[in-house]
Ligand binder design. Sequence first.
Ligand SMILES: *Cc1c(COP(=O)(O)O)cnc(C)c1O
Length: 400
Amino acid sequence: MTDELEQAIPQQGQPVQPETLAIRAGRSANGSSLAPVLWATSTFVTPTVEEGRKMATSVGAAQFYTRYGNPTVNAFEEAIADLEGAEAARAFSSGMGAIAAVVLGLCSKGDHIVSQHQLYAGTQMLLQSVCPRFGIDVSFVDCADPEAWRAAVIPGHTMLLLAETPANPRLDLVDLEQLAAIPGPMKAVDSTFATPLSQRPLDYGVDLVIHSATKAIGGHNDITLGVVAGTRELMDWIWGFAVLQGANAAPFDALGGLRGLRTLDVRLRQQTATAERLAQVLEEDDRVSEVRHPSLASHPQFALAQKQLRHSGGLLTMDLAGGFEAGKRFVESTQICQLATSLGGPETLVTHPASTTHVNLLPEELAAAGITPGTVRISAGLEATEDVANDLIRALGGLG
Ligand SMILES: *Cc1c(COP(=O)(O)O)cnc(C)c1O
């Protein structure tokens, strides 16, 4: 997989690998503390009226009021900006807070958005149910078809292309080079599944990259956190909306995000190794009709995955031949793998989208999203690979 993410440590200029940068980044506010400092405060003492006025009227004041900025939150933002090769970043209280700020901060009544059928369910609901109430039209295309993205653009009307890659839940990919080459609208990419260590959308010319840091970046299922990174100009504009939207990141969660970044690379490698093994084992099992993982030659965009992703990642999906009932029974019968909605943490999690995350979708929407009644999503954790594999095989055996 590609190895082109080498970057300079800020203020030192020495080119290093991204995993090294993940250790070194976001330290400018530490003082002599090796670990990040938690600024558990909602407000800051203002030195003079004149400085207070300046902070209240300028973008991104770091020590005025925590909804505007906070040194712990800023350190996390700085780390993400460095890892993504961005000029600036803003952290949010969740991934949805970040996505809502991009969509509602950049688009107005009369604007048009192009997005994809294969999406995180929250993003889909925002685009489908909230945007129309504000007079924003949204078209959905098959994310794997670059021509469909291009054809859906209405010149002078389409403000934003909002992509997610790898996408929920079947790990379909958007060709970032092709997406970035579409002239006109701004492009934002939800890169949550990849993390900043596996792909850098901004390198292709995309304008904004979004993460739910609740997932692999936080990495321990103990925070909710989101982040957007991009050019200074766009991030300043988004900041202006975000400070009124009020979905600012809590300092404690930003601390958890920074801590997660330090171990992200080793976790990602272990989870990828487990997911690759599970994908091979499940692909050989007749109770499973299809397995999707970017490492499999059977993935319809295998060549693009090799080119675009540095790690094939810890997520995989499979379709159970027994359909809806088999999916429900399966996720309730694993013992090491737990039934819970999320991904990227230490525990291997299984979900059955048709009965949980995507339960609100109509059958035709489910089909367009690539979800069958027997689709099961697996987020590989950090347990011993063979223990996870054996647990899944045992649960498959119970399907009869
Ligand atoms: C979880 C997730 C989100 C939403 O993030 P929250 O932190 O739960 O608000 C958005 N996009 C993707 C791809 C996700 O997996």
